[in-house]
Design a protein around this ligand. Structure first.
Ligand SMILES: O=c1ccn([C@@H]2O[C@H](COP(=O)(O)OP(=O)(O)O[C@H]3O[C@H](CO)[C@@H](O)[C@H](O)[C@H]3O)[C@@H](O)[C@H]2O)c(=O)[nH]1
Length: 506
């Protein structure tokens, strides 16, 4: 056996510090470890503390990256300089500063201690790319969402060049223009599918104008650094747009080689279990080592066990998107209550997320046996439970995939970032959900829930969901993703050369 086969190549993975990024990166690390890679996920200390507190991950520090996370993956903690922030992680500006100014020296120390074959960097954690360059380690990219949303971001230079957006990312003209007959023309064919994106739905337009400018600068820097990626691992499935030309290849006119590996990161899900067939513990093996940053409410599953099959509306806006505003929270709360259907709402216990909830609301709906409001739910378990019939979602990519995996129809309420693109695919391309209008009035909430859960429209959504599920998360999709991980690992092995002293000991 050759020396290279005997020594597993070491890979360090650097996620962006948010739940929807850390979870798929940890799953990616396990997928790489299963292919003989020594994988270490390097997270900031404030994330490390949270994962260690809610899981079985052994505590470990920067100098102890053998701290086991499970599945052959090590979890290293990088000092961030961010003070312990209690229940909630620091805001974007604070960890943005930590990533650019505090963590690079610590990652450099980690890379210097051993020979690392490759650093896999979340595109949003681009701060790690110059560190890898300084250490002479090749970097590959990881995009934790759809390839489609990467395509839109990767098209920024072209959009600027052709005058569709300003140098600070502000739209100057619509990407979807109508011809004389009112047909929408997609001016730049950035997305292979027929998805319209309104100007204000471009992924970098988050918050007020100052925030938008700084987010756009963040994207420009990330894109500039991403130019050194030879490969890009994407948390999506081959054929995501339902078109032949989206099976990997190059996401922009030119760019890195794309490996869709999503079905593997979301390993599990059996085949073809409709909402009626789904039951608690249906034998799927989706549950990997948990990675939650918040303590899951342990009473959710018992509550669901007491509900009728496919009767419950699950509501969640993910972890990172920010509050949707008091007015919408109030309308949503009253709309859910008025449906007369059971609902389970995961709503972060941060006062800014809960502002607008009517006084005594959680107690009132609980006492009526109608609803349950919790801070953080065991979402995957919940979506796998046969009692859940509809998921009112912000369309975060991980939540979207989890709903697909368990065949739960969607009611979409995108808030920012890539969520509008995801929503476009959910409602227009795959037709597995419908969109709740922007106003989010209480009557509309009720009407839309009925449409998703009942009648011809509801049945059609379920049929489409079952078909997509077959394509996106079942055995065949996993084996394609498996092949992609293998090709990526082979690429690392090819480039991986052992230092001379290793040959002498073998
Ligand atoms: O009560 C809850 C709520 C959420 N989750 C989990 O948290 C994750 C949420 O991920 P996601 O749906 O992707 O939402 P965000 O955390 O908000 O993700 C950010 O990152 C994603 C990946 O880039 C983007 O698609 C989103 O728009 C962006 O907000 C999922 O795995 C959920 O299962 C729980 O376990 N319990």
């Amino acid at each position: 056996m050759g020396a290279e086969a005997a020594v597993p190549p070491a890979v360090v993975l650097v996620p962006f510090p948010a739940q929807g990024h850390v979870t798929p990166m940890l799953h990616l690390a396990r997928a790489l470890a299963a292919h003989g890679v020594a994988a270490t996920v390097a997270v900031p200390d404030f994330i490390h503390r949270r994962i260690a507190a809610t899981t079985t991950a052994a505590p470990g520090g920067e100098d102890d990256d053998n701290a086991g996370y499970g599945g052959g993956v090590a979890l290293a903690s990088l000092p961030s300089g961010v003070a312990d922030c209690g229940a909630d992680p620091p805001g974007f500006a604070e960890f943005g500063h930590a990533m650019e100014h505090h963590m690079p020296a610590h990652l450099e120390r980690l890379l210097a201690r051993r020979r690392v074959a490759c650093v896999v960097v979340d595109v949003l954690a681009s701060w790690a790319v110059p560190v890898a360059e300084r250490c002479g380690v090749p970097a590959a990219g990881f995009w934790p969402a759809m390839l489609a949303s990467y395509r839109v971001v990767a098209a920024i230079p072209e959009l600027m060049e052709k005058g569709f957006i300003s140098e600070s990312g502000t739209p100057k003209s619509s990407l979807n223009q109508s011809d004389d007959d009112g047909h929408v023309l997609r001016v730049l064919k950035i997305l292979p599918a027929e998805v319209e994106l309104k100007n204000e739905e471009l992924p970098w337009l988050v918050g007020d104008s100052a925030t938008q400018r700084s987010r756009f600068a963040f994207w420009l820097r990330a894109l500039h650094r991403a130019r050194s990626f030879r490969s890009l691992l994407v948390n999506s499935f081959p054929g995501e747009a339902g078109c032949v030309d989206d099976d990997g290849g190059h996401p922009a006119r030119q760019g890195p080689r794309v490996f869709p590996v999503g079905p593997l990161l979301a390993a599990g899900g059996g085949g073809g279990n409709s909402a009626e067939q789904r039951t608690k513990g249906d034998g799927s093996n989706y549950k990997q080592q948990p990675s939650s940053m918040w303590q899951e409410d342990a009473t959710c599953m018992g509550w669901l066990d007491r509900q009728r099959a496919a009767s419950v509306v699950y509501v969640s806006f993910g972890s990172w998107v920010g509050p949707i505003g008091p007015e919408k929270i109030r309308e949503l709360a009253l709309g859910l209550e008025a449906t007369g259907r059971p609902f389970l709402w995961a709503l972060r216990e941060d006062p800014s997320w809960r502002a607008g909830l009517p006084d005594g609301y959680a107690e009132r709906v609980a006492a009526a046996g109608r609803g349950k409001v919790v801070g953080w739910a065991p979402q995957e378990d919940l979506l796998a439970h046969g009692a859940v019939g509809c998921y009112l979602t912000h369309c975060g990519w991980n939540s979207t995939v989890e709903a697909m995996r368990h065949g739960v129809r969607l009611l979409c309420c995108p808030v920012s970032g890539d969520q509008f693109i995801n929503c476009g695919y959910i409602t227009r391309v795959w037709e597995i959900g419908i969109r709740l209008g922007g106003g989010m009035g209480r009557d509309e909430v009720g009407d839309c829930i009925e449409r998703v859960m009942e009648g011809k429209e509801g049945r059609r959504l379920q049929e489409k969901m079952d078909a997509l599920r077959e394509r996106a998360v079942t055995a065949e999709a996993r084996s394609l993703a498996q092949r992609n991980v293998k090709s990526f690992v082979n690429e690392i092995r090819r480039d991986y050369r052992l230092p001379m002293h290793m040959y002498s000991i073998l």
